[in-house]
Unconditional design. Structure first.
Length: 483
């Protein structure tokens, strides 16, 4: 058991493994297409195998990895903190402001934009992210738990709790120091009663589970497990095309030794064989040669159909179609802007569903703190693909007096804490608002201050310089017409 000072050091510097004494190495298996079909026939029984299969394919297939990363990037995790269950008429402004700052500090300590995309990636790849928090005054680190030893048995505050299999540490007792103190306590209890305390629920709200398919809680079902067979098909087509291309690069020369009407050689056999050997000796490896007494016809298995399609491109399109996304997103030469935009919006709802589950877990933690019971965190349905559109909506609402300033700033990548701090820095500390002024133009000056060349009370546009006039404009000016 490590002391308080060592534990505090671990909270600020999370060690994930001891590389000098690392006895655990990840193992990978390339499952066959038939095995994948078997696993999909009973995902409850083969939960671990499916998880390991998608983890392997995530590293081995660039198409599969790009698909997961595409969905993970459909949310920029912008959020706003707002009051919750308060009466504005009787609220204590100082108290609200103080607690509001504490909630913002807690969200800053979570490093939302660096930690939460990892949760999205795991959920989209494996279906469930199991995590626990290391909490200090200035840092909240989320540690991923081994999925094979976790499950969901209860839901609290609309957030699944993690039930952990403590037999995990039977062969890994050295790893206990890399987990929060709660694991030490519960593992000691498990050692006293291995039968009844093997599976124990971790304390909430610091431990939580985020599930993509949250309508199926009994087992993990990777969202894109159904396209694993298409990934294998794509590799098969690539191998077939490589074999076909290799065969097409080969050639064969046939030297025919003729015979007369009586069946005798027209050339001495030994001399003909010597000529053939001389020819064969100078040919490259890709070209073969034979000596034959009879003509040889070419037999080809090439597809002579002029409308033949590229099987690899077709397999790639089938892969993304099976995933439920538009192939227009991935180097398709028939991309349509409107179809692409609608496809992205449809895909974004899948990612946003996971983000809302993360929101529930964050709010459960924040509202469990004394300073956060009257606040909630709301993640915006914002991504790099709709940032401008969403920002314009918020800006228009602000122009009509609605309280959407924080949401507008968040949609443009500026959190509430950064907005306050940058406003204070630029205006009060640096005085940039007084130092930087826009250049004066005719639209900003009156007639008297512009020397008669700016806007006038007579109507019409300002008088153009001679160099700015067209030929007809110069003629009109010479004729005395206003221009």
């Amino acid at each position: 058991m490590i002391g308080i000072s060592e534990r505090f050091a671990l909270l600020n510097r999370l060690i994930t493994r001891d590389v000098n004494n690392n006895t655990n190495t990840p193992t990978f298996s390339l499952y066959s297409k038939d095995e994948i079909t078997t696993y999909l026939s009973n995902p409850y029984q083969y939960e671990k195998q499916l998880r390991r299969a998608v983890t392997y394919i995530y590293g081995a297939s660039s198409h599969f990895r790009r698909l997961i990363q595409y969905f993970a990037g459909l949310s920029d995790l912008s959020f706003v903190v707002s009051p919750y269950r308060i009466d504005p008429a009787s609220a204590n402004i100082k108290s609200i402001n103080r607690n509001y700052r504490k909630v913002l500090n807690a969200m800053s300590a979570m490093n939302v934009r660096t930690q939460f995309p990892k949760i999205l990636t795991v959920c989209l790849r494996e279906d469930v992210f199991y995590g626990t928090m290391w909490v200090t005054n200035d840092n909240i680190t989320i540690q991923q738990l081994p999925s094979d030893y976790c499950t969901i048995s209860t839901i609290e505050g609309n957030v699944p709790n993690v039930t952990f299999d403590f037999s995990y540490f039977d062969a890994r007792s050295a790893l206990l120091e890399f987990y929060p103190a709660e694991f030490n306590t519960k593992y000691s209890a498990y050692q006293k009663d291995r039968r009844n305390l093997r599976w124990q629920e971790l304390d909430c709200p610091t431990s939580f589970a985020i599930k993509c398919n949250n309508d199926i809680l009994d087992y993990a079902l990777p969202p894109f497990a159904g396209i694993l067979r298409e990934v294998y098909d794509l590799e098969d087509y690539k191998q077939l095309k490589l074999t076909k291309t290799t065969l097409e690069n080969y050639a064969m020369l046939v030297m025919t030794l003729g015979t007369d009407d009586e069946g005798n050689w027209t050339l001495d056999y030994n001399k003909a064989k010597e000529f053939w050997r001389n020819l064969d000796a100078v040919l490259p490896e890709e070209v073969g040669s034979i000596l034959s007494p009879m003509p040889i016809n070419k037999i080809s298995f090439e597809n002579s159909n002029t409308g033949d399609t590229d099987t690899i491109s077709e397999a790639e399109q089938n892969l993304f179609t099976a995933a439920g996304v538009s192939s227009l997103l991935f180097n398709n030469d028939k991309a349509s802007a409107n179809a692409l935009l609608l496809s992205i919006k449809a895909d974004q709802t899948i990612t946003y569903g996971i983000v809302k589950s993360i929101e529930d877990a964050v709010n459960r933690y924040v509202q469990a703190q004394s300073y956060g019971k009257n606040f909630k965190v709301t993640f915006l349905d914002c991504s790099p693909y709709n940032r401008k559109e969403l920002g314009d909506q918020y800006l228009k609402a602000c122009q009509y007096g609605l309280p959407f300033v924080s949401m507008y700033a968040a949609s443009q990548g500026l959190s509430q804490s950064e907005m306050d701090c940058m406003n204070f820095l630029e205006n009060d500390v640096l005085g940039l608002i007084d130092r930087f002024r826009p250049l004066q133009s005719s639209t900003q000056t009156s007639t008297s201050s512009s020397g008669g060349k700016g806007a006038t009370d007579e109507g019409g546009a300002p008088v153009k310089d001679v160099g700015d006039l067209t030929d007809s404009g110069e003629q009109s000016r010479e004729d005395g017409d206003d221009w």
